[in-house]
Design a protein around this ligand. Sequence first.
Ligand code: GRF
Length: 215
Amino acid sequence: MNIVVLISGRGSNLEAIIKGYEEGKIKGKILAVISNKKDAKGLETAKKHNIPSYFINPKDFKTREDYDGHLAEFIKQKNPDLIVLAGYMRILSDLFIETFENKLINIHPSLIPSFQGLKAQKQALDYGSLLTGCTVHFVTKDLDNGPIIIQAVVPIKPEDTEETLSKRILSYEHRIYPQAIKWISEGRVTVNDRRVIVKDAEYGHIPVNPKLEDF
Ligand code: GRF
């Protein structure tokens, strides 16, 4: 399965996905990595792995729709099976989302629908949640709210800071994102309205935090 990855920054999820391809766990290739930020570290990572990488400058376009229209055409030329948002920090216009319906996925560092939007890890800490996590989902016009493919639950500890919690969540992001892409590539993922089923996946693990002692 051939993918295009959109990034804006560090690109650690991109790295995890590249690893999945290089280790042969995911078949196909990464056709392109595209960033809306010139200095995105992920662009360097892509180059190192000989993946075509592109910076498309928002300043070259009058409106978001113009930018996204260009981006959509650019991506279509590559003819990917899937478009992967990996820390892409720009709201996508409706037309872009419609163009790639069911072919566009995102990762968000919370258990959606909790803590959508920016600084999800800080939101979870400030709220006093004891469990948060990360989610891979299909992208719909509702921000951070499309059909859920996989979620990992990550516990919050009393001593956590935004930094320590983000790090703990990130280590699971790096596992669930390549996993979701692999499942899609194997044709195991079906979507029925909001409900996603991964064929032959094992469902039903229950985490509790703090640990139960007496019951
Ligand atoms: C991740 O926390 C991801 O969940 C969020 O943006 C961050 C991107 O990190 N959407 P990286 O660029 O993949 O390192």
